[in-house]
Design a protein around this ligand. Structure first.
Ligand code: ADP
Length: 752
């Protein structure tokens, strides 16, 4: 106890002062007075001492409690900011959400600036008032070093700064805004990630609020650190997305390039194959044995190259997701038989036995005939390539759901470490420049894609030195998507009753039943039987079944247009000889367009196709003048050679539409071979001119298009046809006459 005079309590005679000590630290003091001298006994002192200790503990507890509560509040704030920020992956949006939450929780204005490295400036992206309302910013507002040196110090020193706003301490448009918000103090926290300043977080205090202490700055720094992390994440994500988009674009360009390139390569290749064939056939005169050998090498290499280019085209289409299968009922036994026949030629110089085992009751599957054949041919060709002696065996079997086809060989086999990768594009067991076996490593990748597009699976087993077995499955009912959609499953159209017994059968394909009726009525009078078909997807199948004398084909059909259908018909050996009249008629308006009433060829034009088309035509006695219209000089020359090799034909060439129209008027050819795709005046203009003139209308036209029409070209062709129909090139009656004239030309030829 200590004695002293207390002027507030003059009567004080004795006084006791006690320190309040908590955890070894004095946190305060307590005094007790009495008006009696020496009032405090030893007991009093002990009791008061205890009381002081308890008081100190209570105060400490209360302080700790407040601290904990404050801490919890701060934690909650940070977690709320993080939560708000994480609802967006767009950096600016995220900063907006975070800023709003900060202002809302703290009840003070806040701002976030992003550092613009190129411009040495900070751009405010999210400014919020004390009530957390968003303050819209003028486009292009920036803060430069001159406007607010303290803000810049935060960036340059990477260390928090506090600004007390006094007159003239800041300038610029943002200072005006700050005045409006009555800002008094700013805490600037740099947002730093991986040693890079991303921006600055500003927590502000308005007039009347106390200046921020070290504790406030510390807390602002914690918020800043958290914000930096989410901001950086969002930026990384954005980068990743952009990179992925760029890669996808690059990939698309690559596929496009491959497709274009392959396409471009095919044109000159066509000349190489075509001309060597022309010479080989002796059209240009007799050959010595040596010349024949050399030419055969050229011809075979050309064919080989064409195969490779087609593979590359396939894989680029697969990668671009542009492969469309055309589903139909496929007789696998027939496919296997066809492939085996081809394969025999591949092993004719080797002691390899071709074996096959297929149950009689193997069901047909719903699939793409051409693609399934391609897969099997690839497996069998591989087997033939890698087998020097022994056997190649093709087997097929079915269970409820799948048909499995296996191709086993007794060849060199595949090492186990290579086996898992052989289905990847461009993968070969021996890819060294000195390798013994040729190839691109694309065959299996293409096969795998085609099998999977069918809903099947492909795999291989092998033992080095013993042989390999490749298997693939095909779902009997086609891929699952098809099974649900049921395009194919509907029963075949009941072939309509033939309407003129004994007449030649014409298959009329048009999505409009009215047009079919029109054709039927008209053709019936001319002694033809007509069977109508409105489903373009089934033309090939029905043509095989019905074996019609001719087909009339609507160019403009939904789902599958006439170009696709005719390409299928021409690609199939069973249907390629059937003459097709491409025409489109709008039944209500009574207008139509006939695309030449003779035939249709696809590039590269093979000699036998061309000759067959000529052969199908009516050939009157005497010489025939054939006009070849094509902008490609090589193609014209080739066609000339092929055509003039036939007796009685003479070729006139036109390298453009204009030239063709001029020549048609002048020389009146008996036949026109017309490329539809030419720059400027295209084949359609020629068609229009031919059809519009009564005297030339019945000149047969063999239409030529590129084999792989791009989507763009498809659109263009159909667009041109639509335009011609619009013009009303042919009235309904004229179109029908045109078609009949064409049918009769074939008729006469056949009779002759
Ligand atoms: P390519 O035959 O053009 O090289 P593929 O994709 O068809 O391309 O085949 C890839 C590779 O798989 C071949 O290069 C070969 O190494 C291996 N391979 C495929 N089939 C067989 C087989 N029947 N026997 C041994 N190796 C094979």
């Amino acid at each position: 106890a200590v004695r002293f005079d207390n002027p507030l309590l003059p009567e004080t005679r004795s006084e006791m002062a006690l320190p309040l000590v908590s955890r070894g630290r004095v946190i305060g003091a307590m005094t007790i007075q009495s008006d009696k001298p020496a009032a405090f006994t030893e007991e009093d002192i002990t009791a008061l001492q205890t009381m002081a200790d308890q008081l100190a503990t209570a105060i400490e507890n209360a302080r700790l409690f407040a601290e904990v509560e404050d801490d919890a509040w701060r934690r909650a704030l940070i977690s709320e900011v993080l939560q708000a920020a994480s609802t967006s992956l767009d950096p600016e949006d995220l900063l907006h959400r975070a800023g709003e939450t900060i202002s809302h929780r703290l009840g003070t204005p806040s701002a976030v600036f992003l550092w613009e490295p190129g411009e040495e400036a900070l751009r405010p992206v999210a400014v919020h008032a004390s009530d957390a309302s968003d303050i819209p910013l003028d486009e292009g507002v920036q803060v430069t070093r001159e406007m607010n040196p303290t803000l810049f110090a935060a960036v340059e020193q990477r260390c928090s700064q506090v600004l007390e706003r006094v007159a003239g301490s800041v300038s610029g448009p943002f200072a005006v805004l700050a005045d409006r918000l009555r800002l008094r103090y700013d805490i600037y926290v740099p947002l730093v990630s991986r040693d890079r300043v991303l921006g600055v977080l500003a927590l502000c205090r308005t007039e009347g609020q106390p200046p921020p202490g070290p504790d406030d700055v510390g807390f602002a720094e914690i918020i800043g650190a958290n914000l930096s992390v989410v901001l950086e994440n969002a930026r990384l994500f954005q980068d990743a997305v952009q990179t992925a988009e760029r890669l996808a674009e690059v990939d698309r360009l690559k596929s496009q390039f491959l497709a274009n390139m392959s396409h471009e390569l095919r044109t000159p290749l066509n000349s190489i194959i075509g001309f060597s064939r022309v010479i080989l056939k002796g059209i240009d005169g007799p050959l010595t044995d040596l010349q024949r050998q050399d030419l055969e090498a050229i011809y075979n290499s050309g064919q080989h190259l064409l195969g490779l280019i087609n593979d590359i085209l396939d894989i680029s289409k697969i990668e671009a997701g542009k492969v469309e299968l055309s589903f139909e009922l496929v007789d696998l036994e027939e496919v296997i038989r066809g492939v085996m026949a081809t394969a025999i030629a591949l092993v004719k110089d080797k002691p390899v036995e071709m074996q096959q085992s297929i149950p009689d009751d193997l069901p047909a599957v719903i699939g793409d005939n051409r693609r399934i054949r391609q897969v099997l041919l690839n497996l069998v060709s591989n087997a033939a390539k890698f087998t020097d002696e022994g056997f190649i065996r093709v087997e097929a079997w079915a269970d409820e759901e799948f048909i499995t086809i296996s191709v086993a060989d007794s060849g060199i086999g595949i090492p186990p470490d290579k086996l898992p990768r052989i289905f990847e594009a461009f993968t070969q067991v021996d890819a060294s420049p000195s390798r013994k076996y040729g190839g691109t490593g694309l065959g299996l990748a293409i096969s795998k894609s085609f099998v999977e597009l069918h809903g099947g699976r492909i795999w291989a087993e092998s033992e080095v030195g013993r042989g390999s077995t490749f298997c693939f499955t095909l779902p009997v009912q086609g891929p699952p998507a098809l099974q649900e959609g049921t395009v194919v499953e509907e029963p075949p159209v009941p072939a309509e009753m033939p309407d003129a017994e004994g007449g030649k059968l014409v298959l009329c394909v048009d999505d409009d039943q009215g047009v079919i009726t029109l054709f039927r009525r008209y053709l019936h009078k001319q002694g033809y039987r007509v069977i109508g078909l409105t489903d373009a997807a089934r033309v090939l199948e029905e043509a095989k079944r019905l074996k019609p004398h001719a087909i009339t084909l609507d160019v403009m059909m939904p789902e599958k247009d006439g170009w696709q259908v005719i390409q299928e018909l021409k690609a199939d050996p069973e249907t390629c000889h059937i003459p097709v009249v491409m025409c489109t008629i709008v039944s209500e308006e009574g207008r139509g367009m006939s695309l030449g009433a003779a035939d249709y060829l696809v590039k590269p034009i093979l000699e036998q196709d061309l000759l067959a088309a000529l052969d199908r035509l009516d050939r009157e006695a005497g010489r025939h003048l054939v006009l070849v219209v094509d902008d490609q000089e090589e193609d014209r020359k080739l066609l000339r050679r092929m055509i003039e090799s036939q007796d009685g034909y003479e070729v006139v060439e036109a390298d453009s539409g204009q030239e063709a129209i001029r020549l048609i008027r002048r020389v009146r050819p008996q036949l026109i071979v017309l490329d539809l795709m030419m720059p400027e005046v295209d084949g359609f203009a020629v068609l229009e001119a031919v059809k519009a003139d009564e005297t030339t209308r019945s000149i047969p036209i063999i239409v030529v298009t590129a084999k792989e029409l791009t989507a763009e070209e498809h659109r263009l062709l159909n667009h041109r046809i639509a335009a011609l129909i619009q013009k009303g090139v042919l009235e309904q009656e004229e179109l029908l006459e045109d078609v009949v004239a064409a049918l009769q030309k074939w008729e006469r030829r056949r009779v002759a």
